[in-house]
Design a protein around this ligand. Structure first.
Ligand SMILES: [Ca+2]
Length: 281
């Protein structure tokens, strides 16, 4: 019988078998610019130089270390989370300070839940290999619709007009919120090289932040060109965890646009961190 740990590792998304067939894409440059509302949070830079950041912990809060975090969102005072694994996938509402799960919906065993976003009082949740997205009413968490997409579902966020989706490659898709059709794609690259395994996403101050699967890095991505403009080294969080055994990778970014607070966690991590960025000199 598999232990919990080995089972989780076997079921981690983006296994190497599928990576062999992953296509890489290259995009053209962009000169788009945007206005920052918070000077501590990066916005689109006109320079091509990638900035490097570390994270400063502002607060450390409890998190369910059985939560295999695949999507993390802040909305109206609470964290909402999508957790993965077959037989264990959920959509849940979480109290930020205590980590207590306040509301929880379980998915059918065949679904392995992935990215989550909340757009116009609807939850949107991806699944890994079943090409099925679920739409739930807010706050009831009652399923109101489903949608289909090609390929694997990994991370999900939105820019106020479109859903933004990763699939484990270096491609990010922008989907219509009306019919879920692909409006455009970007190919994410850093200094000319594709950045693969883009995972959990968050749209922050006009930029796409993306966890990179099996790394402690978060990429800050220009949503027009696909260029990485910043890299966040979040490895210090691993040392600050209350317990570090049986944890999986960094995966979970949430943003409170009113306060500018940024929350980070990982799969089976016992903590969610509120962080600020510091530029690495
Ligand atoms: Ca997120």
């Amino acid at each position: 019988m598999l232990s919990c740990t080995s089972e989780r590792k076997d079921l981690s998304e983006g296994n190497l078998k599928t990576n062999n067939s992953v296509k890489t894409y290259y995009a053209t440059d962009s000169t788009n610019s945007n206005q920052s509302i918070n000077k501590n949070i990066p916005t689109i830079s006109s320079t091509k130089q990638v900035k490097n950041y570390i994270v400063k912990i502002i607060a450390k809060n409890p998190h369910d270390n059985k939560a295999y975090t695949q999507g993390l969102v802040y909305y109206k005072g609470y964290l909402y989370e999508s957790t993965g694994l077959h037989n264990h996938s959920t959509l849940r509402k979480v109290d930020i300070k205590t980590g207590k799960v306040l509301q929880l919906i379980g998915l059918e065993p065949r679904y392995f839940a992935e990215g989550l976003t909340i757009y116009k009082d609807k939850f949107y949740q991806l699944t890994w290999e079943t090409r099925t997205g679920f739409v739930y009413d807010f706050p009831s968490m009652k399923i109101s619709d489903t949608f289909v997409y090609q390929g694997e579902g990994w991370g999900l966020t939105h820019n106020g007009e479109e859903l933004i989706m990763s699939d484990g490659t270096n491609v990010i898709r922008f989907l219509s919120t009306e019919d879920y059709s692909v409006r455009r794609i970007i190919a994410v690259q850093s200094e000319g090289k594709p950045v693969m395994y883009l995972n959990e996403l968050e749209y922050i101050n006009g930029m796409i932040w993306s966890n990179v699967w099996q790394s402690n890095e978060i990429m800050i991505i220009d949503p027009y060109s696909g260029n990485v403009t910043g890299k966040i080294d979040a490895s210090s969080l691993l040392h600050a965890l209350d317990k570090s055994y049986d944890i999986e990778v960094l995966n979970g970014i949430a943003y409170d646009s009113e306060t500018g607070k940024i929350y980070l966690t990982g799969k089976n991590w016992p903590n969610v961190f509120e962080v600020e960025l510091e530029e690495k000199k």
